[in-house]
Each structure stands twice: as structure tokens, then as C-alpha cells.
Design a protein. Structure first.
Length: 153
């Protein structure tokens, strides 16, 4: 029932369309080397923080923070990441970008202030995973996703 993207899986599980709510987004020059992205100082870097929310309920289901190397993406896709409200997974599919994902680590963290955004107690657990997205053999994104542990129980 899904195309494999987190957004579509959430949509099916929550029985409502999911929309992106951008919290913060910048394009800057990397001030330090980021080994996982093989990113050198001085390279353009997009930082993006979003929530995936129910379109009808408005309920936040997932927080994501992404580090994206825009110069390793097709120009139109890079522009859409900046200016549209489309999820990354949707853009990857629309642009038919062949990708590979590699999980770097998973962990449970206390929600803290993020709990307020996700509708849970600051002492609740969030499930967190960080992964890399590769295209043409190069890392193009480092994504960390967090969602309340209670969301899927």
C-alpha cells in the first residue's frame, strides 16, 4: 500500500494524508568536515528541520532533521526541497532518483522539549534513527527521524 517512504507509511498507519511542516531551513557553507557525508569545509549544505503532521488532525507524528548536500542533487529537486512543502521521499520518487539508504544508528532518547511538539510528555521515549541516503555512489543526505515510542503501540 505504500511506496516505502516514511510519509506514505505514516499516512496508511494513521489513516490520513500527511503534510510537511517546515520548522527551520537554511543553506549555508559547511564550517567543519562532516565525515558521514564526505563533506569538506566550504561545501554548500542545507539544514532542514520538519515535522510530519496529519493533514486533518494536525497531530505531529515525526520530527526529522536533515543535512543535505544540494550540489549532489538534480537542480530542480534541490530547488523543490528549498521552496516546496513536499517530503524528501516524495521528491526522490518524483525525480526518479535511484537511492540507497544505510542506517547509521538507532537509539531511544527522552523527548525533552521535542515532546511538546510531538504531543507527548518530556519524559517519554522517542525512537530515533539516523541514516544516510546515497545516490550515484555518494552520500547526499544524513537524516535523523524521531517519533514517540507510544505512537505505534
Amino acid at each position: 500500500m505504500t511506496d516505502g517512504t516514511v510519509t506514505e507509511m505514516l499516512s496508511v498507519y494513521m489513516a490520513e494524508p500527511i503534510r510537511v511542516q517546515k520548522l527551520h531551513q537554511t543553506v549555508e557553507t559547511a564550517e567543519y568536515h562532516i565525515p558521514l557525508l564526505d563533506l569538506q569545509v566550504g561545501t554548500r549544505l542545507m539544514r532542514r528541520q520538519i515535522m510530519l503532521c496529519g493533514e486533518h488532525s494536525g497531530e505531529a507524528h515525526l520530527f526529522a532533521e536533515s543535512l543535505i548536500v544540494p550540489d549532489r542533487l538534480p537542480k530542480r529537486m534541490s530547488d523543490e526541497l528549498l521552496y516546496s512543502e513536499k517530503p524528501i521521499g516524495t521528491l526522490i520518487i518524483e525525480h526518479r532518483l535511484e537511492t540507497f539508504r544505510e542506517i547509521c544508528w538507532t537509539e531511544k532518547v527522552t523527548a525533552g522539549d521535542r515532546g511538546l511538539d510531538l504531543g507527548c510528555d518530556p519524559n517519554d521515549w522517542l525512537i530515533s534513527r539516523t541514516y544516510l541516503v546515497f545516490a550515484s555512489g555518494s552520500p547526499i543526505m544524513q537524516i535523523t527521524e524521531q517519533f514517540p515510542e507510544t505512537s505505534f503501540s
